[in-house]
Ligand binder design. Structure first.
Ligand SMILES: [Zn+2]
Length: 413
């Protein structure tokens, strides 16, 4: 593999700007050297002049649904998103996607929850029966999902999921009451607190993180009580002190998914237009600019913004995630990460550096990714070269001029 030097470049390492004019040497897919001088260790290398540009770690989306959509992983790369965390998928599908990502660098890598800890007629089968009823394989797939009705099944579920290659465990604490959807019955069944606790404990015994879908304050408190490491959405209800205290007490993180929440309520949809400006395909553009409209009338996206602001000031870790998938209108692989970060800066009071950290080092740290997420010697050379300075102005992410995965440049402006 060729040796590459990205020279004379501002370096944001995932946490802070470590150089205004540095050099990063990439060899054998890894970051080999970071210095203020031109390195002398390698005799021959291709030089990329990074003058006027910023090098950042490959971005990570901490909440997506890949299914078996390879285009999703390719599109993500065009936006500098080199890793995605897949939050519920058929084992067979993510294994297939993972093996493609292991073999080529022009698609984003994925870590998956595999099948979430589901119960019969619970989430997400309830919503899929409304939104994907015409899918001929749906009922067969759902019939193979876990039905975790006691603690023994919880143990078996975690072990099976781990064996199938899942990297973490996803709980579903969703009774459907906060969504304006015509479910045949409410509440949708959810596992009891004891079972959720048993799943979290089994995950932890297996050295896996447990994260949870929860959309109401009550459900958030329930799963925080069960011991989860993080919540995969911000709540749809206004924040209060007991939520803040529960996050602080448990040290759980939150993945706000403002991108999908805004689509769910149909608010602030004009903020997506700048990220769709380059899209020429009409169907893709319609999907990304469309809105889900699934929130109850009481919901306001401004509550979600306020919640992210409050949790951040209370010291809670915010991890960038969007809930992007081919099925959710208002989202697009990669582009939604830019949108989500834009919302953190322009609606939730983040500095651009805090926003970038939420999509790099914060996810690396909390999901224990270790091999990526930062520009550090020995890490995978998953890198994004951006014209201008996104650490000063997040809009600079519009101008990506290079994306590397495992040291291979796969996107060139
Ligand atoms: Zn999701």
């Amino acid at each position: 593999m060729p040796v590459t030097l990205i020279a004379n470049v501002r370096i944001f390492d995932g946490v802070s700007v470590i150089s205004q004019c540095g050099h990063v040497l990439i060899e054998s897919g890894k970051i080999q050297e970071i210095s203020d001088q031109t390195p002398s260790s390698a005799s021959e290398y291709t030089v990329i002049d990074g003058s006027g540009c910023t090098l950042i770690p490959g971005l990570i989306d901490a909440h997506v649904h890949v299914f078996q959509d390879l285009t999703f992983l390719q599109t993500a790369m065009q936006y500098g998103v080199t890793t995605v965390l897949d939050m519920h998928n058929e084992s067979e599908w993510f294994q297939k996607m993972k093996s493609v990502a292991n073999g080529r660098n022009d698609v984003a890598d994925l870590h998956s929850a595999g099948l979430a800890a589901t119960v019969k007629h619970g989430w997400p089968s309830a919503i899929l029966r409304l939104t994907a009823a015409e899918d001929p394989g749906l009922e067969t797939r759902i019939s193979g999902w876990p039905n975790i009705t006691d603690e023994k099944i919880a143990d078996e579920y975690v072990a099976t999921n781990k064996r199938s290659g899942a990297s973490f465990i996803k709980l579903m604490q969703e009774d459907g009451c906060a969504l304006n959807l015509p479910f045949p019955a409410r509440p949708i069944p959810t596992p009891s607190l004891e079972i959720q606790k048993a799943i979290v404990e089994a995950a932890h015994r297996n050295d896996m993180l447990a994260v949870a879908h929860a959309l109401t304050n009550h459900s958030v408190l329930e799963v925080l009580n069960a011991g989860v490491d993080g919540i995969t959405h911000s709540s749809l209800e206004p924040i209060n002190s007991s939520i803040i205290e529960a996050f602080q007490k448990t040290n759980a993180f939150v993945i706000p998914t403002l991108a999908v929440h805004a689509s769910g309520s149909g608010e602030d949809s004009h903020t997506r237009e700048r990220f769709a400006a380059d899209l020429v395909d009409t169907a893709q553009k319609e999907h990304f600019l469309g809105c889900l409209h699934i929130m109850l009338p009481g919901f306001s996206i401004h509550n979600a913004y306020e919640q992210v602001r409050s949790l951040k000031s209370a010291g809670v870790d915010i991890l960038c995630g969007t809930d992007s998938s081919e099925h959710l209108a208002g989202t697009r692989a990669g582009a939604s990460v830019h949108h989500e970060l834009w919302l953190y800066v322009n609606r939730c009071g983040f500095t651009p550096i805090e926003a970038l950290a939420s999509a790099t080092s914060k996810i690396e740290e909390r999901f224990k990714l270790r091999d990526r997420g930062r520009i550090e010697i020995g890490r995978q050379a998953d890198l994004v070269l951006v014209k201008g300075d996104p650490t000063e102005c997040i809009d600079a992410l519009d101008e990506i001029i290079g994306v590397w995965r495992n040291g291979e440049r796969v996107v060139t402006a």
